[in-house]
Design a protein around this ligand. Sequence first.
Ligand SMILES: NC(=O)c1ccc[n+]([C@@H]2O[C@H](COP(=O)([O-])OP(=O)(O)OC[C@H]3O[C@@H](n4cnc5c(N)ncnc54)[C@H](O)[C@@H]3O)[C@@H](O)[C@H]2O)c1
Length: 339
Amino acid sequence: MLVLEIEDIKQLISKIGYKNFFLELIQTLEEDYSNWEKFDKIPRVASHVDGGVIELMPISNDELYSFKYVNGHPKNPKQNKMTVMATGQLSLTQTGEPLMYSEMTLLTAFRTAANSAMAAKYLAPKDSKVLTLIGTGAQSEFQYLAFSYIFELEEIRFYDIDPKAMKKFEKNISKYDIKLTPCKDAYQASQGADIITTCTADKRYQTVLTKDMIKKDVYINGIGGDCPGKTEIEKELVDSSTIVCEFLEQCKIEGEIQQLPDDFKCTEIYEIIRGEKQINVETHGTILFDSVGFALEDYSVLRLIYNLAKENNIGKEMILIPELNDVKNLFSLLTHDNK
Ligand SMILES: NC(=O)c1ccc[n+]([C@@H]2O[C@H](COP(=O)([O-])OP(=O)(O)OC[C@H]3O[C@@H](n4cnc5c(N)ncnc54)[C@H](O)[C@@H]3O)[C@@H](O)[C@H]2O)c1
């Protein structure tokens, strides 16, 4: 079984290059979303604890099965631990044989940003130049990078309640050719934005973005509201936006639309990717992509990374599954009689 550690992922992605990796990942996501009905899908399984959540995200089609283990504990940074940490597995569906176990904290940031940029490609104004980021924690730089490969961005306006997180973001992005505008609050940050990503972490109903902050039609990529009782967008703004989500059944439980009546329905992103519906800020006004993170996105990144790791001979083969001459003689592992 192939095992990929953080160093392996770093090595692989730096060999391929951020841009190529993001573009390949976006293409892989589009391929998998296009095969929507071929997947066996369920909302993720969540274990809620005080101030956090631990989730299992399984999905499969005829060929591959994947799951991700991920947490969301917004108070973790106070103990110098990350808010979001993840690992994941890819297996063969027909036999159940595990193929790969991988780190997924980095891969989650890549796949979330790729998914955000992929959706924006269809939904946001084509000539978007100003990106606003509200929340400059672990996900933020990845968000900028992915958007920068799809749009000709000229400015990033950003705000975080933590000045240290803003300084960290500014330092990390200062080497790229983009105007950086730190803002004193979310209101100032949203002015003039073409695209607004909200990626804050707090397990409560927050109103990070409100209707009075929006002065022109804008594309909102909401990724931080992703758990029951954890939202970022004021209800009035959710109500007045055209909404697109990943998987309606899961989004109703976890997304911004948990604030709307139970029978609320909206477009799912696969319908847009397949060209069955055309929705864009230019034709529909302000759009909210109510993204909570869906297992298919983890499937896509695991599938891609597995193929790339094999091609580039990266990772370690480890014996986590018994290799037996007589497959009914598991006991032979203990008797050293596996001949
Ligand atoms: N939709 C998805 O697929 C997906 C994937 C990964 C993470 N997430 C979510 O995205 C969010 C960000 O994740 P992260 O890993 O960057 O977390 P993080 O803890 O590293 O960063 C979150 C940042 O939000 C800031 N913040 C909190 N409340 C704020 C407010 N009211 N205004 C401005 N800033 C505020 C914090 O100071 C922190 O710097 C989390 O809620 C996480 O659950 C979603």
